[in-house]
Design a protein around this ligand. Sequence first.
Ligand code: ADP
Length: 489
Amino acid sequence: MADSSVMKMTVKTMPASDLAFTNLAYCSPSDLHSFAVPGSTDLFLAIVGEVFVLSFSYPFSLTYDFDRFNISDGSIALNSIQRRHARVSAGDNVYVTRFIPPENFDLTVLTVDLEFVRKGTKNEQIDATLLSTQLKKKFINQVLTVSQKVTFEYHGTNYILTVNRAVIEADENQTNGIERGMIGNDTYFVFEASNASGIKIVNQRESATSKIFKEKEFNLLSLGIGGLGAEFIAIFRRAFTSRLLPRDVVNRLGTKHVKGMLLFGPPGTGKTLMARQIGKMLNGKEPKIVNGPEVLSKYVGETEKNVRDLFADAENDQRTLGDASELHVIIFDEIDAICKSRGSTRDGTGVHDGIVNQLLTKIDGVEALNNVLLIGMTNRKDMLDEALLRPGRLEVHIEISLPDEVGRLQILQIHTKKMKDNSFLSPDVNLQELAARTKNYSGAELEGVVKSGTSYALNRQLSLEDLTKAVDEENIKITMDDFLQALLE
Ligand code: ADP
C-alpha cells in the first residue's frame, strides 16, 4: 500500500450513540479530505491497526461540521466499541490506512504458515479441516493482513500462524498484491508448515484455487442468502445511510432516520434471514425477533402489554444512557397477526383495535427515541392496517418475491455447499438444471428439496434389517437422481 495513504493520528473519544454503526469513525475535516476519493461518492474505508473504522457510502459532498467533536487535524475519533476492538486508548497514536476494498472483500484463500510458539516440542499432527473451522470461529468478520502473525491454541498447544498470501474472490487470478481481506465463512485456509517445525498437516484438501466460489454478485452468498442482492442493497441503503451520518448533518439535511421497514412477500423467501442479517450488521449482535402470534395473548390487555414490553429495553436505554444508547433492532415476524386493519376483525369488541393503537403509539414514541429500527414482516401486506405503513412508521416497503433462476441456483448452491465441500455431492449433480426445473419454488422449498434428496441418498446406506449397522460414510453420495426424485414429491 502506498505510503501516501497511511496517516499517523491520535485517538480521540466520541460517544457510541452518534453512530449506530460501529464501523464508522470521524477524522478531522482536512484528514477526511485526504481520505476521500476525490470527486467520488464511493465506499471508502480506513483501517486502524487491523480494524475497520471508516466505512462510508458518501452520498454528499464533504462539508461536514465536525466542530462538535472538536477533532483537530491528525486526530481520529473512535467510540468505545471501536477502541476496544482496535485495542487503543484515547491519546494513543495510531496509523490509519485508507483502504478501497476490492469489490468482493471476503477472503477466499488464505495461505498461512504454522509454527509452534515453543519450537519442536513434539511431533504434532494438525487436522486442516478442524483448524479451519476453529480459525473461522475465532476470526470471522475480522480482517487479516499478509505477514500478520496471530497466536492461537489448538489441542492445548500454542501456535503462531503467519499469513502468507491472500486471494480474494473477485481477484481470482490475482494472487499477488492483495494485502488483506476479511475472514468469511467461505474462506479457505491452506496451511503450510516447514519440515523443521515438526508439524504434520493432515486433511488438507486438493487445490485451493479450485475451491474459489465463482459468484461475483454482492457477496450475500457467504451469509447464506441467495438471490436477494438488489433487495439487500435497498434495505441497507435505507436503513443505514442516514445512521452513518453525524446527527447534525442529518438535521441540516432535514431528513430523518428510517424507523421502520416492512418486508413483504410469499413465505419462505428469506425475509427473516435478511432481517436478521441486517440487524446483526447494524449493531453487531443478534437482533430481537418476535413473532406476531406469540405476542398475541388471549387475555384482555395482555397483548398491549407484550407490545409495550418490546420497546421497553430501548426506552430504558434511552432513559439511562441518553445519547449513548445503542440502536435496538426489533424484528417483527408475521406482524399481520397483531396489526390487521382496524375494524376488520369480526368480534366487534374493538380489542384488536386497541392492539393496533398500542403499536402505533409505541412506534410514534420512537420518534423521540431515535434508537429503534423496527423491521416488520408479512406474507399479507393487504391485511395490514394502513396507518402502520405511513411515513414515520413502517415507511419503507420492500418486496421479497420468489427467486428467479439465478436466485434459485444461488440458494441451491448455499444449501448444498457443505455436502459439496465434504465430497458427498456426486459429480453428476447439475444445480443449474435443478434451478431451471424449480420455477415458483421459494427458498425454503428449495432447501426442502435438498433435504429430501439427501434423505434418499442416506436411505441407500441404511440397512433396514440391521439398523445398528454402521453407515459407510465414504459411500454416501447424493446424486442428481436423488434430487429429481425429491422434485416429484
Ligand atoms: P420468510 O421469513 O420469508 O418466511 P425465512 O427467511 O424464514 O423465510 O426462510 C426459511 C428458510 O428457508 C431459511 O432459514 C433458509 O434456510 C431458506 N431460505 C429461504 N430463502 C432463502 C434465500 N433467499 N437464500 C437462502 N436460503 C433461503
